[in-house]
Design a protein around this ligand. Structure first.
Ligand code: NDP
Ligand code: BG6
Length: 513
Protein backbone atom coordinates (compact mmCIF):
# COMPACT_ATOMS: atom_id res chain seq x y z
CA UNK A 1 0.00 0.00 0.00
CA UNK A 2 1.19 3.52 -0.76
CA UNK A 3 2.33 5.78 2.10
CA UNK A 4 1.20 8.89 0.20
CA UNK A 5 -1.09 10.94 2.45
CA UNK A 6 -4.69 10.74 1.29
CA UNK A 7 -5.91 14.19 0.28
CA UNK A 8 -9.14 15.01 2.13
CA UNK A 9 -10.82 16.70 -0.84
CA UNK A 10 -10.16 13.64 -2.98
CA UNK A 11 -11.26 11.14 -0.41
CA UNK A 12 -14.29 12.99 0.84
CA UNK A 13 -16.56 11.27 3.33
CA UNK A 14 -14.41 8.18 3.27
CA UNK A 15 -14.25 5.84 6.23
CA UNK A 16 -10.48 6.11 6.02
CA UNK A 17 -10.54 9.72 7.18
CA UNK A 18 -10.02 9.54 10.89
CA UNK A 19 -11.15 12.63 12.78
CA UNK A 20 -9.34 12.90 16.13
CA UNK A 21 -11.29 12.63 19.40
CA UNK A 22 -13.48 15.70 19.34
CA UNK A 23 -15.90 17.71 21.40
CA UNK A 24 -18.24 19.82 19.26
CA UNK A 25 -19.73 22.75 21.16
CA UNK A 26 -22.73 24.39 19.49
CA UNK A 27 -23.44 27.97 20.57
CA UNK A 28 -27.12 28.70 19.89
CA UNK A 29 -28.05 25.07 20.49
CA UNK A 30 -31.76 25.77 20.99
CA UNK A 31 -31.95 27.48 17.59
CA UNK A 32 -33.45 26.75 14.22
CA UNK A 33 -30.21 25.90 12.38
CA UNK A 34 -29.12 23.51 15.11
CA UNK A 35 -32.41 21.61 14.84
CA UNK A 36 -32.76 21.66 11.08
CA UNK A 37 -29.18 21.06 9.99
CA UNK A 38 -26.54 20.56 12.67
CA UNK A 39 -28.07 17.81 14.82
CA UNK A 40 -29.22 15.84 11.73
CA UNK A 41 -25.69 16.22 10.28
CA UNK A 42 -24.09 14.79 13.43
CA UNK A 43 -26.64 11.97 13.48
CA UNK A 44 -25.99 11.04 9.84
CA UNK A 45 -22.22 11.12 10.35
CA UNK A 46 -22.73 8.72 13.23
CA UNK A 47 -24.93 6.57 11.00
CA UNK A 48 -22.10 6.37 8.46
CA UNK A 49 -19.55 5.59 11.22
CA UNK A 50 -17.66 8.77 10.42
CA UNK A 51 -17.55 10.23 13.91
CA UNK A 52 -14.40 9.60 15.93
CA UNK A 53 -14.61 7.01 18.68
CA UNK A 54 -14.44 9.69 21.37
CA UNK A 55 -17.03 12.12 20.06
CA UNK A 56 -18.89 14.45 22.43
CA UNK A 57 -21.58 16.98 21.65
CA UNK A 58 -22.18 19.94 23.95
CA UNK A 59 -25.08 22.33 23.45
CA UNK A 60 -24.63 25.88 24.80
CA UNK A 61 -27.23 28.63 25.17
CA UNK A 62 -28.79 31.17 27.49
CA UNK A 63 -31.79 29.03 28.39
CA UNK A 64 -31.21 26.46 31.10
CA UNK A 65 -31.96 23.12 29.47
CA UNK A 66 -31.34 19.88 31.38
CA UNK A 67 -29.14 17.33 29.52
CA UNK A 68 -32.06 14.89 29.13
CA UNK A 69 -34.32 17.55 27.64
CA UNK A 70 -31.63 18.66 25.20
CA UNK A 71 -31.20 15.04 24.09
CA UNK A 72 -34.91 14.65 23.54
CA UNK A 73 -35.09 17.96 21.59
CA UNK A 74 -32.24 16.65 19.46
CA UNK A 75 -34.06 13.34 18.84
CA UNK A 76 -37.17 15.30 17.79
CA UNK A 77 -35.05 17.36 15.39
CA UNK A 78 -33.70 14.18 13.80
CA UNK A 79 -37.21 12.77 13.41
CA UNK A 80 -38.36 15.95 11.72
CA UNK A 81 -35.37 17.02 9.63
CA UNK A 82 -32.90 14.18 9.06
CA UNK A 83 -32.60 12.61 5.60
CA UNK A 84 -32.66 9.25 7.38
CA UNK A 85 -35.21 8.04 9.91
CA UNK A 86 -34.12 7.96 13.53
CA UNK A 87 -32.46 4.65 14.36
CA UNK A 88 -32.43 4.23 18.14
CA UNK A 89 -29.11 2.39 18.26
CA UNK A 90 -27.29 4.94 16.09
CA UNK A 91 -28.72 7.90 18.00
CA UNK A 92 -27.88 6.32 21.36
CA UNK A 93 -24.18 6.29 20.40
CA UNK A 94 -24.35 10.11 20.13
CA UNK A 95 -26.94 10.73 22.84
CA UNK A 96 -24.81 8.94 25.45
CA UNK A 97 -22.19 11.67 24.94
CA UNK A 98 -24.48 14.67 24.54
CA UNK A 99 -24.71 17.31 27.25
CA UNK A 100 -25.74 20.93 27.67
CA UNK A 101 -24.16 23.95 29.35
CA UNK A 102 -26.24 27.07 30.08
CA UNK A 103 -24.67 30.52 29.93
CA UNK A 104 -24.64 33.93 28.29
CA UNK A 105 -22.58 34.64 25.19
CA UNK A 106 -20.92 37.62 26.85
CA UNK A 107 -20.64 36.00 30.28
CA UNK A 108 -16.99 35.27 30.94
CA UNK A 109 -17.68 33.05 33.98
CA UNK A 110 -19.95 30.83 31.87
CA UNK A 111 -17.07 30.17 29.47
CA UNK A 112 -14.96 29.09 32.45
CA UNK A 113 -17.76 26.66 33.33
CA UNK A 114 -17.72 25.41 29.74
CA UNK A 115 -13.94 24.93 29.97
CA UNK A 116 -14.40 22.91 33.17
CA UNK A 117 -17.11 20.86 31.50
CA UNK A 118 -14.73 19.97 28.64
CA UNK A 119 -11.91 19.23 31.12
CA UNK A 120 -14.37 16.88 32.85
CA UNK A 121 -15.00 15.05 29.55
CA UNK A 122 -11.25 14.70 29.00
CA UNK A 123 -10.71 13.32 32.51
CA UNK A 124 -13.51 10.83 32.05
CA UNK A 125 -12.16 9.43 28.79
CA UNK A 126 -8.52 9.78 29.86
CA UNK A 127 -7.29 11.72 26.82
CA UNK A 128 -7.23 15.20 25.30
CA UNK A 129 -9.87 16.09 22.73
CA UNK A 130 -9.98 18.53 19.86
CA UNK A 131 -12.42 21.39 20.54
CA UNK A 132 -14.62 22.45 17.67
CA UNK A 133 -16.77 25.49 18.47
CA UNK A 134 -19.73 25.98 16.14
CA UNK A 135 -21.14 29.51 16.39
CA UNK A 136 -24.76 29.16 15.34
CA UNK A 137 -26.19 32.29 16.94
CA UNK A 138 -27.36 35.57 15.46
CA UNK A 139 -24.33 37.57 14.26
CA UNK A 140 -24.75 40.17 17.02
CA UNK A 141 -23.04 37.76 19.44
CA UNK A 142 -20.32 36.31 17.15
CA UNK A 143 -17.71 38.76 18.50
CA UNK A 144 -18.45 38.30 22.24
CA UNK A 145 -18.31 34.51 21.82
CA UNK A 146 -14.97 34.69 20.02
CA UNK A 147 -13.52 37.06 22.63
CA UNK A 148 -14.68 34.83 25.48
CA UNK A 149 -13.24 31.74 23.79
CA UNK A 150 -9.94 33.62 23.81
CA UNK A 151 -10.18 34.97 27.36
CA UNK A 152 -11.11 31.59 28.85
CA UNK A 153 -8.24 29.78 27.12
CA UNK A 154 -10.68 27.62 25.15
CA UNK A 155 -9.31 28.87 21.83
CA UNK A 156 -5.78 27.66 22.59
CA UNK A 157 -3.96 26.68 19.46
CA UNK A 158 -2.11 23.73 20.92
CA UNK A 159 -3.84 21.58 23.46
CA UNK A 160 -0.74 19.70 24.57
CA UNK A 161 -1.00 17.34 21.60
CA UNK A 162 -1.24 18.04 17.86
CA UNK A 163 -4.90 18.88 18.49
CA UNK A 164 -6.16 22.41 17.90
CA UNK A 165 -9.16 24.36 18.95
CA UNK A 166 -11.21 25.32 15.89
CA UNK A 167 -14.12 27.62 15.28
CA UNK A 168 -16.89 27.38 12.68
CA UNK A 169 -18.62 30.69 12.01
CA UNK A 170 -22.07 30.83 10.45
CA UNK A 171 -23.16 33.36 7.92
CA UNK A 172 -23.68 36.25 7.51
CA UNK A 173 -20.00 37.11 7.78
CA UNK A 174 -20.51 40.81 8.47
CA UNK A 175 -23.03 43.10 6.81
CA UNK A 176 -20.58 45.12 4.69
CA UNK A 177 -16.85 45.51 4.08
CA UNK A 178 -16.19 47.43 7.29
CA UNK A 179 -17.99 44.98 9.56
CA UNK A 180 -16.43 41.97 7.78
CA UNK A 181 -12.98 43.50 8.35
CA UNK A 182 -13.82 44.13 12.00
CA UNK A 183 -15.03 40.55 12.43
CA UNK A 184 -11.87 39.23 10.76
CA UNK A 185 -9.88 41.45 13.14
CA UNK A 186 -11.68 40.02 16.17
CA UNK A 187 -11.18 36.48 14.93
CA UNK A 188 -7.48 37.03 14.24
CA UNK A 189 -6.96 38.48 17.72
CA UNK A 190 -7.96 35.08 19.12
CA UNK A 191 -7.47 32.41 16.44
CA UNK A 192 -4.98 31.73 13.68
CA UNK A 193 -6.49 31.45 10.18
CA UNK A 194 -5.98 27.67 10.03
CA UNK A 195 -8.26 27.34 13.08
CA UNK A 196 -11.11 29.25 11.41
CA UNK A 197 -13.90 27.78 9.24
CA UNK A 198 -16.28 30.35 7.75
CA UNK A 199 -19.34 28.55 6.44
CA UNK A 200 -20.92 28.94 3.05
CA UNK A 201 -23.11 25.87 2.89
CA UNK A 202 -23.27 26.02 -0.91
CA UNK A 203 -19.66 24.81 -0.96
CA UNK A 204 -20.76 21.66 0.85
CA UNK A 205 -23.26 20.77 -1.87
CA UNK A 206 -22.26 17.73 -3.88
CA UNK A 207 -22.79 19.44 -7.25
CA UNK A 208 -20.70 22.46 -6.30
CA UNK A 209 -17.79 20.14 -5.56
CA UNK A 210 -18.50 18.39 -8.84
CA UNK A 211 -17.91 21.66 -10.66
CA UNK A 212 -14.21 21.37 -9.78
CA UNK A 213 -14.14 17.77 -10.92
CA UNK A 214 -15.93 18.52 -14.19
CA UNK A 215 -13.65 21.45 -14.94
CA UNK A 216 -10.34 19.86 -14.05
CA UNK A 217 -10.82 16.12 -14.51
CA UNK A 218 -12.12 16.37 -18.10
CA UNK A 219 -9.72 17.51 -20.79
CA UNK A 220 -12.44 18.73 -23.17
CA UNK A 221 -13.51 21.76 -21.15
CA UNK A 222 -10.32 23.69 -20.38
CA UNK A 223 -9.45 24.62 -24.01
CA UNK A 224 -12.96 26.11 -24.40
CA UNK A 225 -13.13 27.79 -20.99
CA UNK A 226 -12.35 31.36 -22.02
CA UNK A 227 -13.46 34.45 -23.93
CA UNK A 228 -12.67 32.85 -27.32
CA UNK A 229 -15.46 30.29 -26.97
CA UNK A 230 -17.73 31.48 -24.17
CA UNK A 231 -20.22 34.23 -24.85
CA UNK A 232 -21.67 34.72 -21.36
CA UNK A 233 -22.23 32.95 -18.05
CA UNK A 234 -25.47 32.98 -16.05
CA UNK A 235 -25.65 31.97 -12.40
CA UNK A 236 -29.14 31.56 -10.97
CA UNK A 237 -30.14 30.77 -7.40
CA UNK A 238 -33.93 30.93 -7.45
CA UNK A 239 -36.14 30.00 -4.51
CA UNK A 240 -39.86 29.34 -4.33
CA UNK A 241 -40.08 30.15 -0.64
CA UNK A 242 -40.91 33.65 0.53
CA UNK A 243 -39.47 35.32 3.57
CA UNK A 244 -41.73 33.19 5.82
CA UNK A 245 -41.17 33.68 9.54
CA UNK A 246 -37.67 35.14 9.00
CA UNK A 247 -38.91 38.68 8.37
CA UNK A 248 -36.94 40.10 11.31
CA UNK A 249 -33.65 38.78 9.97
CA UNK A 250 -34.44 39.39 6.31
CA UNK A 251 -35.39 43.04 6.72
CA UNK A 252 -31.84 43.70 7.96
CA UNK A 253 -30.30 41.60 5.24
CA UNK A 254 -31.97 41.45 1.80
CA UNK A 255 -31.00 39.34 -1.17
CA UNK A 256 -27.63 40.92 -1.92
CA UNK A 257 -26.33 40.18 1.58
CA UNK A 258 -28.22 36.91 2.06
CA UNK A 259 -27.44 35.17 -1.24
CA UNK A 260 -25.40 37.18 -3.75
CA UNK A 261 -22.42 38.25 -1.63
CA UNK A 262 -21.79 34.68 -0.53
CA UNK A 263 -23.46 31.79 -2.40
CA UNK A 264 -23.59 33.15 -5.95
CA UNK A 265 -20.18 34.84 -5.69
CA UNK A 266 -18.69 31.52 -4.58
CA UNK A 267 -20.27 29.80 -7.57
CA UNK A 268 -18.80 32.49 -9.80
CA UNK A 269 -15.35 32.11 -8.23
CA UNK A 270 -15.30 28.34 -8.76
CA UNK A 271 -16.51 28.73 -12.35
CA UNK A 272 -14.07 31.47 -13.34
CA UNK A 273 -10.92 30.76 -11.32
CA UNK A 274 -7.70 29.57 -12.93
CA UNK A 275 -6.76 25.90 -12.42
CA UNK A 276 -5.14 25.69 -8.97
CA UNK A 277 -1.66 24.18 -8.64
CA UNK A 278 -3.07 21.45 -6.40
CA UNK A 279 -6.28 20.54 -4.61
CA UNK A 280 -4.83 21.94 -1.43
CA UNK A 281 -7.25 24.28 0.42
CA UNK A 282 -4.90 27.26 0.14
CA UNK A 283 -4.23 26.70 -3.56
CA UNK A 284 -7.96 26.71 -4.35
CA UNK A 285 -8.70 29.66 -2.10
CA UNK A 286 -5.79 31.66 -3.59
CA UNK A 287 -7.31 31.23 -7.05
CA UNK A 288 -10.79 32.18 -5.85
CA UNK A 289 -9.46 35.37 -4.26
CA UNK A 290 -7.56 36.27 -7.44
CA UNK A 291 -10.66 36.05 -9.60
CA UNK A 292 -12.83 37.91 -7.08
CA UNK A 293 -10.26 40.71 -7.04
CA UNK A 294 -10.25 40.82 -10.85
CA UNK A 295 -13.96 41.69 -11.01
CA UNK A 296 -14.41 45.24 -12.22
CA UNK A 297 -16.20 47.57 -9.77
CA UNK A 298 -19.89 47.74 -10.60
CA UNK A 299 -21.51 50.73 -12.28
CA UNK A 300 -24.32 51.66 -9.91
CA UNK A 301 -27.37 53.81 -10.50
CA UNK A 302 -29.92 54.06 -13.30
CA UNK A 303 -28.83 51.94 -16.27
CA UNK A 304 -26.01 50.45 -14.19
CA UNK A 305 -24.97 46.84 -13.63
CA UNK A 306 -27.42 46.04 -10.85
CA UNK A 307 -31.18 45.46 -10.54
CA UNK A 308 -33.21 44.98 -7.37
CA UNK A 309 -36.85 44.19 -6.74
CA UNK A 310 -39.41 42.97 -4.23
CA UNK A 311 -41.96 40.27 -4.90
CA UNK A 312 -45.57 41.35 -5.13
CA UNK A 313 -48.59 39.16 -4.53
CA UNK A 314 -48.95 36.24 -6.92
CA UNK A 315 -49.70 32.56 -7.36
CA UNK A 316 -47.44 29.75 -6.19
CA UNK A 317 -48.47 26.14 -6.85
CA UNK A 318 -52.04 27.27 -7.51
CA UNK A 319 -52.32 29.23 -4.25
CA UNK A 320 -52.32 33.00 -3.92
CA UNK A 321 -49.50 34.36 -1.76
CA UNK A 322 -48.94 37.85 -0.34
CA UNK A 323 -46.36 40.31 -1.58
CA UNK A 324 -43.23 41.04 0.48
CA UNK A 325 -44.64 44.26 1.93
CA UNK A 326 -47.65 42.36 3.30
CA UNK A 327 -45.54 39.66 5.00
CA UNK A 328 -45.32 39.41 8.79
CA UNK A 329 -42.63 41.61 10.35
CA UNK A 330 -42.01 43.68 7.19
CA UNK A 331 -42.15 47.48 7.19
CA UNK A 332 -44.90 48.75 4.84
CA UNK A 333 -42.34 50.98 3.10
CA UNK A 334 -39.44 48.54 3.35
CA UNK A 335 -36.59 49.05 0.90
CA UNK A 336 -35.21 45.54 1.41
CA UNK A 337 -34.79 43.66 -1.88
CA UNK A 338 -35.98 40.07 -2.26
CA UNK A 339 -34.38 39.80 -5.69
CA UNK A 340 -31.07 41.04 -7.04
CA UNK A 341 -29.32 40.67 -10.38
CA UNK A 342 -25.80 41.77 -11.31
CA UNK A 343 -23.84 42.05 -14.53
CA UNK A 344 -20.16 41.50 -13.79
CA UNK A 345 -17.02 41.82 -15.88
CA UNK A 346 -13.83 40.04 -14.98
CA UNK A 347 -10.76 41.97 -15.96
CA UNK A 348 -8.32 39.24 -16.80
CA UNK A 349 -6.87 37.48 -19.82
CA UNK A 350 -9.34 34.59 -19.73
CA UNK A 351 -12.59 36.49 -19.27
CA UNK A 352 -12.17 39.94 -20.80
CA UNK A 353 -15.46 40.84 -22.52
CA UNK A 354 -17.51 37.90 -21.18
CA UNK A 355 -20.43 39.11 -19.03
CA UNK A 356 -21.21 37.10 -15.91
CA UNK A 357 -24.87 37.50 -14.95
CA UNK A 358 -25.86 36.64 -11.38
CA UNK A 359 -29.42 36.55 -10.05
CA UNK A 360 -31.16 35.33 -6.97
CA UNK A 361 -34.63 35.83 -5.59
CA UNK A 362 -37.33 34.54 -3.32
CA UNK A 363 -40.81 33.57 -4.56
CA UNK A 364 -39.60 32.86 -8.05
CA UNK A 365 -41.26 30.52 -10.52
CA UNK A 366 -39.27 27.47 -9.51
CA UNK A 367 -36.61 26.42 -7.01
CA UNK A 368 -33.49 26.00 -9.08
CA UNK A 369 -29.80 26.79 -8.73
CA UNK A 370 -27.66 26.48 -11.82
CA UNK A 371 -24.57 27.73 -13.60
CA UNK A 372 -25.11 28.06 -17.34
CA UNK A 373 -22.14 28.50 -19.68
CA UNK A 374 -23.35 29.93 -22.97
CA UNK A 375 -20.97 29.29 -25.85
CA UNK A 376 -20.55 31.51 -28.88
CA UNK A 377 -22.72 30.74 -31.89
CA UNK A 378 -21.12 28.94 -34.82
CA UNK A 379 -20.51 31.02 -37.96
CA UNK A 380 -23.89 31.15 -39.67
CA UNK A 381 -22.75 30.37 -43.21
CA UNK A 382 -24.17 26.87 -43.55
CA UNK A 383 -27.39 27.01 -41.59
CA UNK A 384 -28.36 30.67 -41.88
CA UNK A 385 -31.20 32.41 -43.57
CA UNK A 386 -33.93 29.81 -43.50
CA UNK A 387 -34.93 30.25 -39.91
CA UNK A 388 -38.06 28.14 -40.29
CA UNK A 389 -35.96 25.06 -41.04
CA UNK A 390 -32.95 25.86 -38.91
CA UNK A 391 -33.82 26.42 -35.28
CA UNK A 392 -30.27 27.02 -34.04
CA UNK A 393 -29.49 27.56 -30.37
CA UNK A 394 -26.20 28.56 -28.80
CA UNK A 395 -24.58 25.57 -27.09
CA UNK A 396 -25.17 25.82 -23.36
CA UNK A 397 -23.49 23.71 -20.71
CA UNK A 398 -25.43 23.89 -17.49
CA UNK A 399 -24.52 22.62 -14.05
CA UNK A 400 -27.71 22.08 -12.14
CA UNK A 401 -26.79 22.53 -8.49
CA UNK A 402 -30.28 21.73 -7.19
CA UNK A 403 -32.81 20.18 -7.38
CA UNK A 404 -32.49 17.30 -9.85
CA UNK A 405 -28.70 17.63 -9.62
CA UNK A 406 -26.80 17.05 -12.83
CA UNK A 407 -25.26 18.42 -15.95
CA UNK A 408 -26.71 19.09 -19.39
CA UNK A 409 -25.51 20.28 -22.77
CA UNK A 410 -27.66 21.82 -25.49
CA UNK A 411 -26.62 20.76 -28.99
CA UNK A 412 -28.16 21.44 -32.39
CA UNK A 413 -29.24 18.23 -34.08
CA UNK A 414 -30.76 17.18 -37.39
CA UNK A 415 -34.41 16.30 -37.11
CA UNK A 416 -34.87 12.87 -38.77
CA UNK A 417 -36.46 13.20 -42.21
CA UNK A 418 -35.70 13.69 -45.89
CA UNK A 419 -35.08 17.41 -45.65
CA UNK A 420 -32.51 18.98 -43.36
CA UNK A 421 -34.08 20.62 -40.38
CA UNK A 422 -32.31 21.34 -37.11
CA UNK A 423 -33.53 21.42 -33.56
CA UNK A 424 -31.75 22.01 -30.25
CA UNK A 425 -31.68 18.91 -28.03
CA UNK A 426 -30.52 18.44 -24.47
CA UNK A 427 -28.00 15.76 -23.43
CA UNK A 428 -28.32 15.21 -19.70
CA UNK A 429 -26.60 13.45 -16.85
CA UNK A 430 -28.58 13.16 -13.61
CA UNK A 431 -26.98 12.23 -10.31
CA UNK A 432 -30.05 10.44 -9.04
CA UNK A 433 -30.25 8.19 -12.10
CA UNK A 434 -26.57 7.31 -12.13
CA UNK A 435 -25.71 7.22 -8.44
CA UNK A 436 -29.00 7.08 -6.52
CA UNK A 437 -30.37 10.04 -4.63
CA UNK A 438 -29.36 9.55 -1.00
CA UNK A 439 -26.33 11.86 -0.95
CA UNK A 440 -24.92 13.53 2.15
CA UNK A 441 -26.24 16.95 3.14
CA UNK A 442 -23.87 19.91 2.85
CA UNK A 443 -23.60 20.28 6.63
CA UNK A 444 -22.46 16.66 7.07
CA UNK A 445 -19.57 17.25 4.74
CA UNK A 446 -18.69 20.60 6.31
CA UNK A 447 -18.80 19.46 9.94
CA UNK A 448 -16.63 16.46 9.11
CA UNK A 449 -14.19 18.57 7.08
CA UNK A 450 -13.78 20.97 10.00
CA UNK A 451 -13.19 18.03 12.35
CA UNK A 452 -10.42 16.64 10.15
CA UNK A 453 -8.99 20.10 9.45
CA UNK A 454 -9.74 20.52 5.74
CA UNK A 455 -10.65 24.14 4.96
CA UNK A 456 -11.10 23.69 1.18
CA UNK A 457 -14.88 24.14 1.33
CA UNK A 458 -14.80 27.12 3.70
CA UNK A 459 -14.28 30.82 3.02
CA UNK A 460 -10.97 32.43 3.88
CA UNK A 461 -11.05 35.89 5.47
CA UNK A 462 -9.67 37.67 2.39
CA UNK A 463 -12.27 35.98 0.14
CA UNK A 464 -15.10 37.32 2.28
CA UNK A 465 -13.56 40.79 2.15
CA UNK A 466 -13.02 40.71 -1.64
CA UNK A 467 -16.67 39.84 -2.16
CA UNK A 468 -17.87 42.53 0.27
CA UNK A 469 -15.65 45.08 -1.48
CA UNK A 470 -17.68 44.54 -4.62
CA UNK A 471 -21.11 44.50 -2.96
CA UNK A 472 -20.76 47.26 -0.37
CA UNK A 473 -20.96 50.25 -2.79
CA UNK A 474 -24.25 48.80 -4.08
CA UNK A 475 -25.65 48.60 -0.55
CA UNK A 476 -24.46 52.14 0.20
CA UNK A 477 -26.12 53.43 -2.95
CA UNK A 478 -29.40 51.66 -2.25
CA UNK A 479 -29.42 53.03 1.27
CA UNK A 480 -28.90 56.55 -0.05
CA UNK A 481 -31.79 56.38 -2.56
CA UNK A 482 -34.41 54.63 -0.39
CA UNK A 483 -37.03 52.95 -2.55
CA UNK A 484 -36.09 54.80 -5.74
CA UNK A 485 -35.44 52.26 -8.47
CA UNK A 486 -36.97 49.36 -6.51
CA UNK A 487 -38.72 47.19 -9.10
CA UNK A 488 -41.39 44.53 -8.41
CA UNK A 489 -42.10 41.08 -9.77
CA UNK A 490 -45.13 38.90 -9.24
CA UNK A 491 -44.61 35.97 -6.88
CA UNK A 492 -44.25 32.89 -9.07
CA UNK A 493 -42.57 34.75 -11.95
CA UNK A 494 -38.95 34.80 -13.17
CA UNK A 495 -38.14 38.27 -11.85
CA UNK A 496 -38.52 41.97 -12.71
CA UNK A 497 -38.23 43.78 -16.06
CA UNK A 498 -35.19 45.73 -14.82
CA UNK A 499 -33.26 42.45 -14.63
CA UNK A 500 -34.20 41.65 -18.24
CA UNK A 501 -32.97 45.11 -19.21
CA UNK A 502 -29.52 44.33 -17.72
CA UNK A 503 -29.06 41.57 -20.29
CA UNK A 504 -30.87 43.22 -23.19
CA UNK A 505 -28.02 45.73 -23.53
CA UNK A 506 -25.87 42.94 -24.88
CA UNK A 507 -28.73 41.21 -26.72
CA UNK A 508 -28.86 38.48 -24.08
CA UNK A 509 -31.82 37.14 -22.15
CA UNK A 510 -32.21 35.04 -19.01
CA UNK A 511 -32.56 31.31 -19.39
CA UNK A 512 -35.68 29.71 -18.01
CA UNK A 513 -34.01 26.73 -16.35
P1 NDP B 1 -31.98 31.57 15.84
O1 NDP B 1 -32.68 32.88 15.73
O2 NDP B 1 -32.80 30.34 15.94
O3 NDP B 1 -30.98 31.71 17.08
C1 NDP B 1 -30.14 30.65 17.53
C2 NDP B 1 -30.04 30.74 19.04
O4 NDP B 1 -29.30 31.91 19.39
C3 NDP B 1 -31.37 30.87 19.74
O5 NDP B 1 -31.95 29.61 19.97
C4 NDP B 1 -31.00 31.59 21.01
O6 NDP B 1 -30.50 30.62 21.94
C5 NDP B 1 -29.85 32.46 20.58
N1 NDP B 1 -30.31 33.82 20.29
C6 NDP B 1 -31.37 34.20 19.54
N2 NDP B 1 -31.47 35.54 19.47
C7 NDP B 1 -30.46 36.02 20.19
C8 NDP B 1 -30.02 37.33 20.49
N3 NDP B 1 -30.66 38.41 20.03
N4 NDP B 1 -28.93 37.47 21.25
C9 NDP B 1 -28.28 36.41 21.71
N5 NDP B 1 -28.65 35.13 21.44
C10 NDP B 1 -29.72 34.94 20.71
O7 NDP B 1 -30.95 31.47 14.63
P2 NDP B 1 -30.75 30.32 13.57
O8 NDP B 1 -30.55 29.03 14.29
O9 NDP B 1 -31.80 30.42 12.54
O10 NDP B 1 -29.39 30.78 12.88
C11 NDP B 1 -28.16 30.72 13.55
C12 NDP B 1 -27.08 31.25 12.63
O11 NDP B 1 -27.04 30.46 11.45
C13 NDP B 1 -27.33 32.69 12.18
O12 NDP B 1 -26.09 33.33 12.08
C14 NDP B 1 -27.96 32.51 10.80
O13 NDP B 1 -27.72 33.62 9.99
C15 NDP B 1 -27.24 31.27 10.30
N6 NDP B 1 -28.01 30.53 9.29
C16 NDP B 1 -29.25 30.03 9.62
C17 NDP B 1 -29.97 29.32 8.67
C18 NDP B 1 -31.27 28.72 9.00
O14 NDP B 1 -31.85 28.05 8.12
N7 NDP B 1 -31.79 28.87 10.21
C19 NDP B 1 -29.45 29.11 7.29
C20 NDP B 1 -28.11 29.64 7.09
C21 NDP B 1 -27.44 30.32 8.07
P3 NDP B 1 -30.58 30.87 23.54
O15 NDP B 1 -31.74 31.78 23.80
O16 NDP B 1 -30.75 29.50 24.08
O17 NDP B 1 -29.28 31.49 23.86
C1 BG6 C 1 -29.38 30.66 3.28
C2 BG6 C 1 -30.23 31.91 3.22
O1 BG6 C 1 -28.03 30.98 3.32
O2 BG6 C 1 -29.62 29.89 2.10
C3 BG6 C 1 -31.70 31.58 3.04
O3 BG6 C 1 -30.05 32.63 4.45
C4 BG6 C 1 -31.91 30.68 1.86
O4 BG6 C 1 -32.46 32.78 2.89
C5 BG6 C 1 -30.98 29.48 1.94
O5 BG6 C 1 -33.25 30.25 1.84
C6 BG6 C 1 -31.04 28.66 0.67
O6 BG6 C 1 -30.28 27.50 0.85
P1 BG6 C 1 -30.61 26.19 0.00
O7 BG6 C 1 -29.56 25.22 0.41
O8 BG6 C 1 -31.99 25.77 0.39
O9 BG6 C 1 -30.54 26.60 -1.43
Amino acid sequence: MSDTPRHPFLHGLSKHRGAPPTVVVIFGASGDLTARKLIPAVYNLSHDNLLPADFHLVGYGRKAIPDGEFRSLAADAIKEFSRRELNGEVWERVAAHTTYVAGGYDERAAFDRLAQHIDGIEKKIGRDVQRLFYISTPPSVFAPIIMNLGASGLAAKHLGTPLHAKVIIEKPFGKDLTSARELNGTIRSVFEEHQVYRIDHYLGKETVQDLLVQRFANAIFEPLWNRNFIDSVQITVAEEVGVGSRGGYYEQSGCLRDMIQNHTMQLLALTAMEPPGSLDAEAIRDEKVKVLKAIQPLTIGPAGDVARAQYGAGMMSGKSVPGYLEEEGIQPQSNTETYAALRLSINNWRWQGVPFYLRSGKRMARRVSEIAINFRRPPGTLFAGETARFDLAANTLSFQIQPDEGLSLILNTKVPGLETRTQPVKMSFRYATTFGSNTAEAYERLVLDAMIGDGTLFIRGDEAEASWKLCTPVLDYWRSVGRTGMDTYAAGSWGPPSADALLAKQAHCWRQP
